[in-house]
Ligand binder design. Structure first.
Ligand code: GSH
Length: 212
């Protein structure tokens, strides 16, 4: 089954899916979608993905969207190695961690939100503070969860779906200069995951559309 990922090198939602693909050991073709150039709103892209966002994963003739749904699809179609814990309670915690990042932090800081804030005349410094505010609020909730459930990784002792969400969000926090000193459990989990080959390969700087 050939897989094609539409991605932008430093966007965090496609980064999650690259990580899940890598942890599953799956090869895929990479098609860059330049978000600054607005390629996500080009007519041919919108035909496949009417929401005009990345990532999009194409398998056979199915064009699929939404990073969380894509990771769940990968989990169902390629169960080994598992990205979700075997027990129901554990799966709930991992999905809650993923939700904090993908539903409660990221949507507030997305490119189109920042473009809209800029269009409303919000200064760059205030936009920076906006980004930091939502990352901090989310990480305040995530930190005790990882401290409680992590045993090396965000949840448990093997890398999984929570790490696929966490590492890109930490990357984004660092990119925006957010102070992470209060988040020891988050930093330790991200650091450990980032050393793994699948995480090294999925890093934004390693993507074909990253600037040289
Ligand atoms: N909930 C979606 C969010 C997708 C999303 O917002 N992707 C961003 C990149 S991280 C994007 O394509 N933004 C383009 C834009 O804002 O115009 C998911 O998890 O896939």
């Amino acid at each position: 089954m050939g897989l094609t990922l539409y991605s932008y090198w430093r966007a965090t939602a496609p980064y999650r899916v690259r990580l899940a693909l890598g942890l599953k050991g799956l090869d895929y073709d990479y098609i860059p979608v330049s978000l600054p150039k607005g390629e996500q709103r080009a007519a041919d892209y919108l035909q496949l993905n009417p929401q005009g966002l990345t990532p999009m994963l194409v398998s056979a003739d199915q064009a699929m969207t939404q990073s969380l749904a894509l990771m769940e699809w990968l989990e169902e179609t390629h169960p080994d190695p598992a990205l979700l814990p075997a027990d129901l309670a554990g799966r709930q915690v991992v999905r809650a961690m993923a939700g904090i990042i993908a539903c409660d932090i990221h949507p507030l800081n997305n490119l189109r939100i920042q473009q809209q804030l800029a269009a409303f005349g919000v200064s760059e410094a205030d936009r920076q503070a906006w980004v930091a505010r939502w990352i901090t609020e989310g990480f305040d909730a995530l930190e005790p969860m990882i401290a409680r459930h992590g045993q090396g990784f965000a949840f448990g002792s093997t890398p999984g779906l929570a790490d696929c969400c966490l590492v890109p969000q930490v990357y984004s926090a660092e990119r925006y200069g957010v102070d992470l000193s209060a988040y020891g459990a988050i930093r330790a989990a991200a650091e450990r995951a980032r050393a793994l080959p699948a995480f090294v390969a999925a890093h934004p700087d390693r993507q074909p559309d990253a600037p040289a």
